[in-house]
Design a protein around this ligand. Structure first.
Ligand code: SF4
Length: 177
């Protein structure tokens, strides 16, 4: 049986959506029989691969690294799912949009009370002027809201994706839940 090439990615989020994914518990074994996990924060793969069937994306697009990865995911994935409220709406990371601070990294790490050690700034990816939900950056095929989405809803969505139910046949956006 050809296994579905499956990926998950972690952009600007707390990783709680991935923790909820791991709450699938024994269903993960069932999943492992059907998919080949080709990229994920829980797998040590450095480069997002070509020819991915389904990618769940956790987190908002907050910095240049997030933006580049989101674009790479879209170019290399047949179906992209906005996974959790940070990806769907911007949620917690987008709270900084209301602060009106142009250069937040400097404000926090260089001017704030907890100063970052000198020389550390260049390792941080440049922040985008505003945090954006995923669909404002790339086309998204389905939305799986929740903070985090619970394991039952994740399973319903993943099962539909793996069964090639309409979501895989129709490019129209669809929300699970
Ligand atoms: Fe964390 Fe909630 Fe955002 Fe998921 S949606 S990354 S659980 S804050």
């Amino acid at each position: 049986m050809n296994k579905i090439k499956f990926a998950t990615a972690w952009l600007g989020g707390c990783s709680g959506c991935h923790m909820s994914f791991l709450d699938l518990d024994e269903k993960l074994l069932e999943l492992a029989n059907k998919i080949e996990l080709v990229y994920s924060p829980i797998a040590d793969v450095k480069e997002f691969p070509e020819g991915v069937d389904v990618t769940l994306v956790e987190g908002a697009v907050a910095n240049l690294d997030n933006l580049r990865l989101a674009q790479q995911i879209r170019a290399r994935s047949r179906r992209v799912v906005s996974f959790g409220d940070c990806a769907v709406t911007g949620n917690v990371p987008s709270l900084r949009n209301t602060l009106g601070v142009d250069d937040l990294l400097t404000a926090v790490y260089q001017e704030g009370p907890g100063r970052h050690p000198a020389g550390g700034g260049e390792i941080l990816p440049r922040l985008l002027p505003k945090v954006l939900p995923l669909h404002q950056v790339i086309q998204v095929d389905a939305f799986l809201p929740g903070c985090p989405p619970d394991a039952e809803r994740i399973w319903a969505a993943v099962s539909a994706l793996l069964a090639d139910e309409p979501i895989l046949l129709e490019p129209a956006r669809r929300t699970f839940g």
